[in-house]
Write a protein that binds this ligand. Structure first.
Ligand code: TYM
Length: 332
């Protein structure tokens, strides 16, 4: 069975983008893979997080993942900071990756914005830690949204350079798993920007804990153009906002753009937005209710994470110890 690793940052409430681009696919992959699901708090602090909020958001993120169907018994759910191997291997990878490689990372450029000098060193080295997350388990498949593609290419470059420099075949090649019509869910305010939990505008995203009224209002106010929906998928090409809403609908009904347009093509956005809002509420409200139920027992969530960290360490510690031996560290 192939081993899967994926992660999500506890830097806010997860969005519909996280759900459709990643979490939902994680759950589907659990049937025929051995999976490690990680709440990546080390990554979250690459941008300052209020400590009390980080603690709370980490637990909430775990609860949302459980509510979405992540299975903590057959698979492993844990917090990144609770397994030391991630940071240990990341340091080695900091010394393998080249500045030139990191300079090409578009996510760093986006997140650092104009004032690059003020960005944390951690934000710059973020992809090295991400590579360590995956390679510490010898995972070979990584389900992510489309925005992570470049980071996974870098993770493969790092593995190759490590293997080359130390003359070994130790770290494995990884395969990104980017699935479905919502691999890149866009902002509701701007169809050219991705939906993000850290966007300053709450109107730009659907949060996994939004209630029915908030969801309906955000979708009703979502930016669109004046034309009715096209009858064929090709008609969405130059219409990012329309394409985004159709993609969300397609993902939630397990079809594709053409499938949605066969039913809704030619309609105006009024009725389509109403149908979409009903659908999003139908899918998200049971998850929100289950999240609330789980969070009523915080110690129960923490116990799951503690057990997960132990099991994750049992896999990662020997792999990282071997990497340290290959580098030449003396275990005195
Ligand atoms: P994060 O927390 O930003 O996102 C978590 C997952 O959600 C996907 N995603 C989206 N998919 C579709 N549309 C969107 N608008 C959207 N926004 C986010 C992301 O692609 C991601 O799959 N760097 C990772 C976390 C990470 C990781 C790893 C992932 C750390 N280590 C190792 C895989 C393997 C991230 O951006 O998380």
């Amino acid at each position: 069975m192939q081993r899967i690793f994926s992660g999500i940052q506890p830097s806010g409430i997860p969005t519909l983008g996280n759900y459709l681009g990643a979490i939902r696919n994680w759950v589907k992959l659990q049937d025929d893979h051995e999976c490690l699901w990680c709440v990546v708090d080390l990554h979250a602090i690459t941008v300052f997080q209020n400590p009390a909020e980080l603690t709370q958001q980490s637990r909430e993120m775990a609860a949302v993942l459980l509510a979405c169907g992540v299975d903590p018994v057959k698979h492993t759910l844990f917090l990144q900071s609770n397994v030391r191997a991630h940071a240990q291997l990341a340091w080695i990878f900091n010394c393998v990756a080249r500045l030139g490689w990191l300079n090409r990372m578009t996510q760093f450029k986006d997140k650092a914005g104009k004032d690059r000098e003020a960005a944390s060193v951690g934000l710059y080295a973020y992809p090295n830690l991400m590579a360590a997350d995956i390679h510490a388990y010898h995972a070979t498949r990584v389900p992510v949204g489309d925005d992570q593609r470049q980071h996974l290419e870098l993770a493969n470059d790092i593995a190759q350079k490590f293997n080359h420099d130390y003359g070994v075949e130790f770290f494995k090649n990884i395969e990104p798993v980017i699935m479905g019509p919502a691999a890149r869910v866009m902002s509701l305010r701007d169809g050219t920007k991705k939906m993000s939990k850290s966007d300053p505008s709450d109107q730009s995203r659907i949060n996994m804990n939004d209630d029915a009224d908030a969801i309906a209002l955000k979708i009703r106010r979502a930016k669109t153009d004046p034309e009715p929906l096209p009858s064929e998928a090709a008609g969405l090409a130059e219409r990012p906002e329309a394409r985004n809403l159709v993609g969300i609908y397609a993902a939630l009904t397990d079809t594709d753009h053409a499938g949605v347009l066969a039913e809704h093509g030619g309609k105006g956005f009024g009725p389509f937005k109403q149908a979409l809002a009903d659908l999003v509420v139908e899918k998200l409200s049971p998850i929100a209710a289950e999240t609330r139920r789980l969070l009523a027992d915080p110690a129960g969530v923490d116990a799951i994470l503690r057990d997960g960290a132990q099991r994750a360490s049992a896999i990662a510690d020997p792999i990282v110890a071997e990497a340290e031996r290959l580098v030449g560290f003396l275990r005195a």
